[in-house]
Design a protein around this ligand. Structure first.
Ligand code: ADP
Ligand code: ZN
Ligand code: ZN
Length: 708
C-alpha cells in the first residue's frame, strides 16, 4: 500500500498543497506520473509529487480515497524538472500545478484529457529469408512502394509479413555535421575563443546587427555536439524559427523544432524525440526551455532582449531565468545574444557577473546610412504617410532591382474610427480600447480580445452612420505603396497574413527568392531576418512606442529602430535606412539612428537610477481583475494598504487600467531592492488571501516586462 501526494488544479485548491490518495496495486507507480482521482465528487487528473510506502490506511485520522486510475507508466517529469517546477513556483509566485502545466506539451499536461495515443500501422517481415532483405519496420505505403501491390498482397496472404501497430513518432536521421566553408573574421575567432575559455556560466554576446553572431553560435554548437551533448537554441518568435532552422539545417541535418505553431500531436512527437535522446538539437520558442534534456551542453538565447521571452500568463516566468537554472543543473553555458541587450543583461555583463563578448564590426564592414525624417515637416509639405526622401529611395531600389523592407508596428487599415458627427471613437464592447478598421474584411477588430463586427454600425452616442478613419496600419500602407509603385510586387507580413501554419515560412522564402520587391510588416519583420538583397529599410512612426509611457518604453523604442535598421545592407551592397518620427530630438531616437548602444545604455541607466527602476530595483506587479469594478478596486486598495505599511517597499498605484475582456483591472506595483525578501512577503500576503476565484482574479507578475 502506498500513500500518494497529488497536485490537482482546482478552484478550491489551496496553493501548493498536495492532496493525499491511496494506491494499492502491484503495478509500479512513480513520482511524476498522472493519476485520475475523485475530488469532491469530481473526476480530476492530478500529478503525483511523492510516493510513500505505508502499512495500512487505518492509521490515518481521516479517510483517504484510493485513486481511480493510473495514467502513465513512467514519469513525465524527471528529478531536474521537478525541482525546476518548485523553483519556478516559488520565484514567480504561482501554483506549482501551473508550473508543471507550463513545462509539458499539451497532450501530457496534467489537466488535459489524457487523450489516446495516435497509432500507426507498420509492416514487419516475419519470414527469415525475406527479413534479411527487408529489416526493420516499414510504413505500409512505403513497403508497397518497394515491393509493389501484387507482392504485398501475396506476402500477406502467405503470412510472410505481419502488420504491427505502433505509436506515431517523428522520424529523424543520425546527426551529420557539415562544416562551414566560411573563414571566421578575427573578431569572430576571438569571440569563440573567449566564450570557450571563460569560467562564467552566462555569456552575453553583444554584437552589431550583421556582425556574424549567428555564425559564432553555430560554431560553438558544433563543438558541443561533437562532445555528444545536446544543444538548445531559443528564438523569440515563430518567424525567426524559420530563419534559424534554415541556418541550422545547412550545418546539422537532424533537429527538433518546438514552437506554438505545432499541433498537439506534433509537439508531443518532438518532445519524445528529445526525451528519448534521438535528437541533439532543439530550435524553439519560449516553452522549448522545458524540453526534457538529459545531457545538455549549451543553451543559446538569440535576441535575448525580446519581450516574447516573458510568459504573459501564469506562471509568468522569464525564459532567461529558467535557462539559467537549467545550465546550472547541467553545468554548461548559456549564451545570450543581441545587438540591443536588455539593460539588466548589459549591466550584469559590465559588472562581470556575465562574461561580455563583443562584436563591434559588421561582417561587410559597413553600417547602413541612416536618415532621420521629421514627419511634422513632411506633413506641412503634404506627405502624410510616406516622406519624400523615402519615396525617392524606394523608387531607386526598384529601379536597381534591390529589395525593401517597410516596418509599421500596427496591423489593420486604420487604428482609429471616429464618428464624423460627434467624434465618438468606436471601442471594443469588452475592452476599453479603440477598434481597428480592417479593409480586407470590411470589419472592425479588437486587437486584444479578437472581437470583430462588420463595419456597418451606427454611432452609439448620436446614431450617425458617417465615420472618419484615422491613422495608418499595414493594410493601408501596402495599399499606398502599391498606388505609388503599381509595377512592384508587395507582400504584407503581420498577424493577419500569417494565420496559416506555414505562411511565415512561405512569405520569407518567397521574399528571399525575390518573388516580391517590398515587404511591409509589423515588428515580426524587425529582427533576425538576413536577406542580402535588402538595401533599404523604412521605419514608420518610429517614436510611436514612446507614447506607451512605461519605464521600458524608451528601451523598446530604441531596440526596434536598431533591429529594424539592421536588416538593411547586410551583404555587399550599401544599405540605407529612413526613420520617420515626430519627436526627432528624443535621445532614444537620436541614439538609435546612430546605432550607439553604449551611449544609449549610459543615458538610460542614469534615468533608471534616478527613478530607481530596474536594474536598480526589482518590481512585482499585482493586478486585480473582476467583472465587478468595485470588487477589483477595493481589493486593490486593501493590498496597497497592506504593503504600504511595509518599510522595505515603495508601492506605486493603485492605478486603474483599461478594461480587458470584460474585466475591470486595478493594479499596484511594488518596488524593492531585495528581491528574495519581496517574493517572500508577497507569498505571505497571497496565501493569506481568501477570495472567490470565480469573481476575482489576482495576477502576480514578478519582474514585469511591460507595465502599460
Ligand atoms: P548577426 O547574427 O550578428 O546579425 P549573421 O551571423 O546573420 O549576423 O551574419 C550576417 C551575414 O554575414 C550572414 O549572411 C552570414 O552568413 C554572413 N557571415 C557571417 N560570418 C561570416 C564570415 N566569417 N565570412 C563571411 N560571411 C559571414
Ligand atoms: Zn456620433
Ligand atoms: Zn476587445
Amino acid at each position: 500500500m502506498k500513500l500518494l501526494k497529488v497536485f490537482i488544479e482546482h478552484q478550491l485548491m489551496q496553493l501548493n498543497n498536495p492532496f493525499d490518495y491511496l494506491y494499492d496495486s502491484d503495478k509500479p507507480i512513480y513520482k511524476g506520473v498522472r493519476v485520475l482521482v475523485d475530488f469532491h465528487g469530481q473526476k480530476i487528473i492530478g500529478f503525483v509529487s511523492d510516493v510513500i510506502d505505508i502499512d495500512n490506511s487505518n492509521n490515518f485520522p481521516y479517510q483517504i480515497k484510493p485513486i481511480l486510475q493510473l495514467i502513465d507508466e513512467s514519469p513525465l517529469i524527471n528529478e531536474e524538472l521537478f525541482e525546476l517546477a518548485y523553483w519556478m513556483s516559488k520565484n514567480t509566485i504561482s501554483p506549482i500545478i501551473s508550473c508543471l502545466n507550463a513545462m509539458l506539451p499539451p497532450s501530457l499536461k496534467p489537466k488535459s484529457n489524457f487523450k489516446n495515443k495516435v497509432m500507426v500501422n507498420y509492416v514487419n517481415v516475419v519470414d527469415h529469408q525475406l527479413k534479411e532483405k527487408y529489416p526493420g519496420l516499414y510504413l505500409i505505403k512505403d513497403f508497397k512502394a518497394i515491393v509493389g501491390q501484387y507482392k504485398y498482397n501475396k506476402y500477406k496472404k502467405d503470412g510472410l509479413i505481419e502488420i504491427v501497430e505502433k505509436e506515431k513518432k517523428a522520424d529523424v536521421s543520425e546527426l551529420v555535421i557539415k562544416p562551414s566553408d566560411l573563414t571566421l573574421t578575427h573578431q569572430q575567432a576571438e569571440a569563440i575563443n573567449l566564450i570557450e575559455k571563460t569560467d562564467k556560466q552566462v555569456i552575453l554576446l553583444h554584437g552589431l546587427t550583421g556582425s556574424g553572431k549567428t555564425e559564432v553560435f553555430l560554431r560553438i554548437c558544433q563543438k558541443v555536439l561533437l562532445e555528444g551533448k545536446q544543444v538548445l537554441v531559443l528564438v523569440p518568435e515563430i518567424s525567426l524559427t524559420t530563419m534559424m532552422v534554415k541556418r541550422f539545417k545547412e550545418r546539422f541535418n537532424s533537429i527538433a523544432i518546438y514552437t506554438s505553431a505545432l499541433s498537439s500531436q506534433e509537439k508531443y512527437e518532438q518532445y519524445c524525440l528529445v526525451k528519448e535522446n534521438k535528437v541533439k538539437i532543439v530550435v524553439g520558442t519560449r516553452s522549448a526551455v522545458f524540453m526534457p534534456f538529459t545531457n545538455l551542453g549549451l543553451i543559446v538565447m538569440d535576441e535575448e532582449h525580446d519581450n516574447s521571452y516573458k510568459q504573459d500568463n501564469t506562471p509568468r516566468y522569464n525564459t532567461k531565468d529558467i535557462a539559467i537554472q537549467r545550465v546550472k543543473y547541467h553545468n554548461c553555458k548559456l549564451l545570450l545574444a543581441s545587438a540591443t541587450p536588455t539593460l539588466e543583461s548589459y549591466a550584469r555583463a559590465i559588472k562581470n557577473v556575465y562574461q561580455l563578448v563583443s562584436l563591434t564590426e559588421r561582417i561587410n564592414k559597413t553600417m547602413p546610412i541612416a536618415h532621420l525624417v521629421d514627419m511634422s515637416k513632411q506633413i506641412r509639405q503634404g506627405d502624410y504617410i510616406i516622406s519624400k526622401p523615402l519615396k525617392q529611395a524606394i523608387g531607386q531600389r526598384l529601379a536597381n532591382n534591390q529589395q525593401v523592407i517597410l516596418l509599421l508596428n500596427r496591423r489593420g487599415y486604420n487604428p482609429i474610427v471616429k464618428c464624423s458627427n460627434c467624434s465618438e471613437v468606436v471601442r471594443c464592447p469588452h475592452c476599453d480600447i479603440a477598434l481597428s478598421y480592417h479593409k480586407d474584411e470590411n470589419r472592425l477588430v479588437c486587437h486584444v480580445c479578437g472581437y470583430s463586427t462588420l463595419f456597418d454600425i451606427s454611432c452609439k452616442k448620436c446614431g450617425s452612420k458617417m465615420w472618419t478613419n484615422y491613422g495608418v496600419g499595414t493594410q493601408r500602407l501596402s495599399e499606398e505603396i502599391s498606388k505609388l509603385y503599381p509595377d512592384s510586387k508587395i507582400v504584407r507580413m503581420d498577424t493577419d497574413t500569417t494565420r496559416n501554419k506555414n505562411s511565415h515560412q512561405q512569405i520569407l522564402t518567397d521574399f528571399e527568392n525575390h518573388k516580391y520587391d517590398i515587404m511591409v510588416g509589423t515588428q515580426m519583420i524587425a529582427k533576425g531576418l538576413d536577406f542580402p538583397n535588402v538595401t533599404l529599410v523604412g521605419i514608420f512612426n518610429a517614436d510611436g512606442p514612446l507614447a506607451r509611457n512605461d519605464y521600458r518604453s524608451v528601451e523598446t523604442t530604441f531596440d526596434l529602430i536598431v533591429q529594424a535598421s539592421g536588416r538593411s545592407g547586410r551583404s555587399d551592397k550599401q544599405g540605407e535606412v529612413f526613420i520617420q518620427a515626430y519627436d526627432v530630438n528624443h535621445y532614444g531616437i537620436r541614439l538609435a539612428v546612430k546605432q550607439d548602444y553604449i551611449a544609449f545604455f549610459n543615458n538610460e541607466m542614469s534615468y533608471r537610477h534616478a527613478l530607481k527602476y530596474p536594474p536598480y530595483s526589482y518590481l512585482v506587479a499585482i493586478c486585480f481583475l473582476s467583472e465587478d469594478e468595485s470588487l477589483a478596486n477595493e481589493n486593490c486598495n486593501n493590498c496597497f494598504d497592506y504593503f504600504d505599511n511595509n518599510e522595505s517597499f515603495i508601492v506605486l498605484g493603485p492605478s486603474c487600467l483599461n478594461k480587458l475582456r470584460d474585466q475591470f483591472r486595478y493594479r499596484i506595483v511594488l518596488k524593492a531592492t531585495d528581491k528574495e525578501k519581496m517574493i517572500e512577503e508577497v507569498w505571505k500576503w497571497y496565501q493569506s488571501q481568501q477570495y472567490n476565484r470565480n469573481k476575482l482574479n489576482i495576477q502576480i507578475d514578478v519582474d514585469p516586462y511591460i507595465l502599460d
